[in-house]
Design a protein around this ligand. Structure first.
Ligand code: CO8
Length: 258
């Protein structure tokens, strides 16, 4: 695995781990972090041995937002011309399931980064928010759109318009997080969930993630058409035959990603 400036990267079994590592800035997301995360996630995505990715930060902060100091002096045109957030779309488009393991602050771009992941597992210490309004701007990495889809209009409007934070319990009630776990168990629990996911057949994982993505973007009829098509396609995989034979023979499946 390559080495990066702002993140730590590690492979454990079939799971790729990416740990944000800018403790001096509470893991604020600057351009280098974006390039590093996109490169590391793309590398895992291209590796058939990897079936899930965990993205995490530190105990104190998953990420406290986009790097305010890096953005402060820019003009609107600068932001457009430098495609300041463009790389993040490549992270959101990763095929491999990604788990955000969130402890401490997930604010602004940090909350938006978590929402680009498929599962959000939160420590009971996690705090989520979109505080951009306090800075005279608005969410810029998808927050105004993904948060509405995740928690509904009224909770999203509360967070985006007041800039307040919500704790892990409120985030779980609102449907922003998949699970809340004690802070001390966060990495272990995220690792277990990732191991479980990574034990499945890759073609079915890719198909499932793609279908879930379509659910956020399409009409019901369009989404159901997509699902039916992709579902049928999986019946041409060896792993479908193996999975169903294993069920019939009352044994664990031995998937080959074919
Ligand atoms: N950007 C840059 N530096 C940061 C950021 C940030 N977002 N957050 C914290 N830091 C730095 C602080 O400046 C401080 O550095 P220094 O010691 O050099 O002064 C260090 O991290 C520690 O932070 P604090 O001393 O403030 O720690 P506290 O425990 O007192 O407070 C908070 C923690 C509450 C998280 C506080 O740091 C805070 O409010 N941070 C800013 C949160 C915020 O507003 N985030 C939204 C940013 S805007 C955004 O995300 C837009 C997204 C769309 C664009 C994405 C483009 C890539």
């Amino acid at each position: 695995t390559s080495t990066y400036e702002t993140i730590l990267v590690e492979t454990r079994g079939r799971v790729g781990w990416i740990t944000l590592n800018r403790p001096e800035a509470l893991n604020a997301l600057n351009t280098q972090v974006m390039h590093d995360i996109v490169a590391a996630a793309s590398e895992f995505d291209a590796d058939e041995r990897i079936g899930a990715i965990v993205l995490t930060g530190s105990e104190r902060a998953f990420a406290a937002g986009a790097d305010i100091k890096e953005m402060e002096a820019k003009s609107g045109l600068d932001m457009v011309m430098s495609d300041h957030f463009g790389g993040w779309a490549r992270f959101a488009a990763v095929r491999t399931p990604v788990i955000a393991a969130v402890s401490g602050y997930a604010l602004g771009g940090g909350c938006e980064l978590a929402m680009m992941c498929d599962l959000i597992i939160a420590a009971d210490t996690a705090k989520f928010g979109q505080p951009e309004i306090n800075l005279g701007v608005i969410p810029g990495m998808g927050g105004s759109q993904r948060l509405v889809r995740a928690v509904g209009y009224y909770k999203a409007a509360d967070l985006v318009l007041t800039g307040r934070m919500m704790d892990a319990a409120e985030a779980e009630r609102a449907g922003l997080v998949s699970r809340v776990v004690p802070a001390a168990d966060l990495l272990e629990e995220a690792g277990k969930a990732a191991d479980t996911i990574a034990s499945k057949s890759l073609p079915s994982l890719y198909a499932a993630k793609a279908a879930l993505d379509v659910a956020l973007e399409s009409t019901l009829a369009e989404g159901i058409r997509f699902e039916r098509h992709v579902f049928a396609g999986l019946f041409d995989t060896a792993d479908q035959k193996e999975g169903m034979a294993a069920f019939r023979e009352k044994r664990a499946p031995d998937f080959t990603n074919r």
